[in-house]
Design a protein around this ligand. Structure first.
Ligand code: CA
Ligand code: CA
Length: 146
């Protein structure tokens, strides 16, 4: 069994998708999770490529957020689109990252992702509150590649 299939059980995945839906009730920001086994590239740069492949730069307000995880590499990246980066301090995601890392170190991957996603929803609320005419601009499903 590859690490990517043991990273989250089907039930865990459902909990993560539920967290994305919950977070998107607080904010017009769109949150996505991408999980893969390994990349030879720099993780941050690679996450930016994934961001593009998932067409995450196409939200109206430029407020997509990607949680990228490279399971075998023990690396993850939180990446916000430019609408977010224009508005928030550079260390905006650091506390979220630290909190997630604490869970990940204990092997609590689902909890790390769920808490990170919900925290992102709350943080984004300040700059990008939920709007009545909100649409689900980006799928809430977890995206994966091996
Ligand atoms: Ca939305
Ligand atoms: Ca969505």
């Amino acid at each position: 069994m590859s690490k990517i299939t043991s990273f989250l059980s089907p039930q865990d995945e459902e909990a993560v998708v539920a967290a994305i839906k919950e977070a998107e009730k607080n904010t017009s920001g769109e949150i996505r999770v991408h999980i893969e086994a390994h990349t030879d590239n720099d993780h941050y740069e690679h996450a930016m490529n994934v961001f593009g492949e998932l067409k995450m730069h196409e939200t109206k307000l430029g407020n997509g957020v990607l949680f990228y995880v490279a399971v075998n590499d023990h690396k993850f990246v939180i990446l916000g689109d430019k609408g977010i980066n224009d508005k928030v301090a550079e260390d905006f995601w650091d506390t979220t990252k630290e909190m997630m890392q604490n869970h990940f170190r204990k092997g609590a991957f689902k909890q790390g992702l769920v808490d990170g996603i919900l925290k992102a929803g709350h943080e984004l609320k300040i700059h990008f509150p939920y709007q009545d005419d909100d649409t689900d601009e980006l799928s809430n499903e977890i995206s994966k590649s091996s």
